[in-house]
Write a protein that binds this ligand. Sequence first.
Ligand code: MG
Length: 161
Amino acid sequence: MHSIRIGQGIDVHAFGPGDHVVLGGVRIAHDRGVVAHSDGDVVIHALCDALLGALALGDIGRHFPPADARWRGADSRQFLRATAALMREAGCRLGNADITVIGEAPKIAAHTAAMRALLAADLDCAQEQISVKATTSERLGFTGRGEGIAAQAVVLLLAAP
Ligand code: MG
C-alpha cells in the first residue's frame, strides 16, 4: 500500500418524524428526526465511506448492509470503530479528516467540539486531526428546503509507522 492515501465520502438522510438528530455521535435536539435504518448519523456515515474509500474497501453499505437486522437503530459509532479496525489491519492510520455538514438546521457550532472528541476516541487519534464544520446551501435544493441533511468527508491516511 502507498504511504499516503486519500478518500472521500458523502451521506444524506431525509428528515422525518422525531425530536433529535445524531451527528458525529452527538444527540442534538431538533424539530425533526431522520429517516434511517441506523441512527442516521450523516457525519459518521460520510466519514466511514471516506475511510473505506481511502482503503479501497468498498462502502458502508457493503460492510453494514441496511437489510441486516443487526444494524436496526444502531449507534453509528459501531460502524466507525469497525472501520477504524479495518484501517489498522491495512497498516494505515489517520493523517487528518475534514467533515462538512450541509443543512439549514440544526445549527451545530455548539456541538462540534463534542463530535471531534467522540470521533477522535473511536479513531484513536487526536482531536486536532479531525475537523467538523458546517455550511448551509443558501436555502437551495433539498437541504435548503429542510427536507434532509447531508455531510461530506475527506480523509488522508498514512502508512502506520
Ligand atoms: Mg447514511
